[in-house]
Design a protein around this ligand. Sequence first.
Ligand SMILES: [Zn+2]
Length: 340
Amino acid sequence: MRGREVLPDTSSRTKRGISEILRPYGLRMTLGNRKKHPKGSVKIGIDLGATRIKMGLVDKRGRVSHRRQINTPVNAKKKNVIDSLVENIDGIISEAGIARKNVAGIGMGVPGPTDFKKGIVRYFPNIKGWENTPLKSILEKRLGLKVNIDNDVNAMTLGEYVFGAGRGAGNVVCLTLGTGVGGGLILNGGIYRGSTMAAGEIGHIPINESGPRCNCRGMACIESYIGNRYILNRIKKIFGRAITLEELTRLAKKGNKAAKRIWEDVGTKLGIALTGVVNLLNPDIVVVGGGVSNAGELILGPARLELKKRAMKDQAEHVKLVRARLGEDAGIIGASLLVN
Ligand SMILES: [Zn+2]
C-alpha cells in the first residue's frame, strides 16, 4: 500500500522510533528483542567526569542499579583511571551476579571532544594526557565487552531524549549549565554531530561584539556571562563575600532582590543566546540541565520572557523551555544508550 510508505515516526517511543535515534550511531536496535538478549539483559553506563566517575547497571527501561561513584584522582595518570574503570566494571558485574554474556555492552560519556565512530578521545580540557586515546579499543580488549564512548553532553542529550524531558519530541536542544556551558542536539530524531563531530557548542555562541576572551579563542561567548565562575564573581562583587549558588537560590526564593537580580540576569542572557538557537533550529523543546539549572524558574522564567520577546513568532510559540528530568543519573542513563 503506497500510503504506508511514510517516514518513520521518530517522535514515538516505539521500537522503530528508538532505532531511528540510534541509526546515526551505526547501531542496531535490540531493546526488547528477547531472542538476542534474554530477559534481564543490561548495559553499563559510565559518566567519566573531571572530578568524579559515576557508573551503574541500566536496564532497558532506563532504571539504574548497582551505582558506583569514584573520585577521579587529581592529576590521575591515564593508566590508573583505566585500571580503576576496569576494576569497577568487573566489580559491578560480579556484584550484580549476572553472566557476562548478558551485559549488552558499556557506554561511556567523557568530558571532552570525542570521535564517536572511531572511539577515540581527542582531548579532555580539564584532564591532561588523554590526547588521541583509543579508549574504546583499549577497554574492549581488557573487558571482552562492547564499548562505545561519546562526549558527556551528547550522552546526556540522548538520555533526556529517550527517557527524560525530551521524550516524544523530534527536535531537542539540550544544555548543561555549570562551569562550562555545553550543548547537544537531536535533529530529525538523531544526534546532530556536524562535519567534524564538533557541533553543539552552544556555550560558545557570542552575544556581544566584544567582551571577555574565552578559552575557545572566541570573545564574549555566552559561557563567559552565565558560567559558574562568572556568577560566583558577580556574587562577590554584589554581596562582598562568597555565597554558594544554592545559597543564592535560597535567598532569591526568600525575596532577596539582589539575589533575584543575579539569576534574572543569567536567565536573560541565556534567553538572548537561545533566541539565536531557536530561530536557527526551530526545536520542539530546549532542555536545561547541569548544576546551575538547579535555580530552576529563577533562570528559566526570564529566559522564556526573552525568547518570547525576541525569537521569531513561529519558533517562539512552538518551543518549550524546561529543566532536565533525569537528575543525578542523567550521565549514566544517557551513556548506556550509546550501546545497544
Ligand atoms: Zn568560547
